[in-house]
Design a protein around this ligand. Structure first.
Ligand code: NAP
Length: 312
């Protein structure tokens, strides 16, 4: 049976935060969750776009400013969310950049690694106390088919790399980092006896704002052709993240993607994960690197209650 938005269970009484909800797949995800009754917080870099998106989402949608390329902004956003709600049921780490025009984030990181991975690593750690002990709570992190193009996880040397903003390898590594993070988070949550689980999802291919940025010249005809033939509507591409977020039958540690055309489009089913994403040692190394770079510390596995503190 094909899973669709009609299968999203009643979300009344639940609160969800969706990053990058000003457009594309995040807006679609937020819209469906709100339609099913969730209170949805749209975490957006541009507040005006966020307010316009909230009007389209309807229901109990509200906006919080979040620039994942600035750790100061991530901390402020987490603080504001903690001031507004005393629990979160869903955190959807959806926002992402591909080939942005800027060379570094505000903190000096290569933008794919900084926004797609480090920003979400920090945000999740800072919001985790709101989720950890909530029955049915989930963290969903949006990865990409492109994670399979990355042979290895990001290393310390990649964090500040110059020129990565135009690099397919840098985007792919950041999406591999998303998947590794989702898995490692799940392992740590499970080890510490937390109620919350972590799941990864990828949307296949969808014609969204992501593709408007400046791809390397050699890639443009390839991506234009692939989008023409294979891309699906954002409404369909959001299904894997929506299912990961709301289907109780999807286990923690899982990874969902589209069912058809080599996972490019159609449905929401268990997805393939690259060998690199299953390398447990590499996942731990990435976790430690991410803690060092962001200053957001998650407690040691099993040693104390799973919590995030701030080292700086
Ligand atoms: N579309 C695809 O074919 C495809 C394929 C594989 C994976 N994905 C993944 O799907 C996710 C959603 O992408 P999309 O296709 O919906 O792209 P999109 O339409 O470009 O949306 C990306 C969202 O991320 C936000 N964002 C960008 N930089 C940010 C920052 N520094 N801080 C906070 N938010 C920021 C954008 O906000 P602004 O409006 O302010 O720019 C926008 O709301 C991404 O993680 C992407 O990697 C997409």
């Amino acid at each position: 049976m094909v899973w669709s938005t009609a299968d999203v269970p009643d979300q009344r009484g639940r609160t969800a935060l969706v990053t990058g909800a000003s457009g594309g797949l995040g807006l679609e995800t937020a819209r469906v969750l709100a339609r099913r009754g969730a209170r949805v917080i749209l975490a957006c870099r541009d507040v005006e776009r966020g307010i316009a998106a909230a009007a389209r989402v309807g229901g109990m949608a509200e906006v919080v400013r979040l620039d994942l390329g600035s750790l100061a902004s991530v901390r402020q956003a987490a603080e504001r969310v903690r001031g507004r709600v005393d629990r979160l049921d869903l955190l959807v780490n959806n926002a992402g950049v591909m080939f942005p025009a800027y060379r570094h984030t505000r903190d000096g990181f290569e933008p794919h690694f900084g926004v797609n991975h480090l920003g979400h690593f920090a945000l999740t750690g800072l919001l985790l106390p709101l989720l950890r002990d909530v029955p049915g709570a989930r963290v969903v992190t949006v990865s990409s088919l492109a994670h399979r193009l990355a042979a290895r996880a990001p290393r310390a040397g990649d964090a500040h790399a110059d020129g990565g903003h135009r690099s397919v390898a840098a985007y792919s590594r950041s999406k591999l980092a998303n998947l590794m993070f989702a898995r490692e988070l799940h392992r740590r949550l499970a080890d510490s006896g937390a109620a919350a689980v972590s799941v990864a999802a990828h949307p296949g291919l969808s014609r969204t704002g992501l593709w408007h940025a400046g791809a390397p010249v050699w890639l443009r005809p390839v991506s234009a052709g692939a989008l023409r033939r294979l891309a699906q509507d954002p409404a369909e591409a959001a299904l894997p993240a929506l299912r990961a977020a709301t289907d109780p039958l999807v286990p923690g540690g899982g990874h969902l993607g589209p069912a058809g055309l080599s996972e490019c489009r159609g449905g929401a089913v268990p997805a393939r994960s690259s060998r690199a994403s299953r390398d447990e040692l590499a996942r731990i190394r990435l976790w430690e690197l991410s803690q060092d770079l962001t200053g957001v510390r998650y407690a040691r596995r099993g040693a104390e209650r799973f919590a995030a503190g701030t080292a700086r």
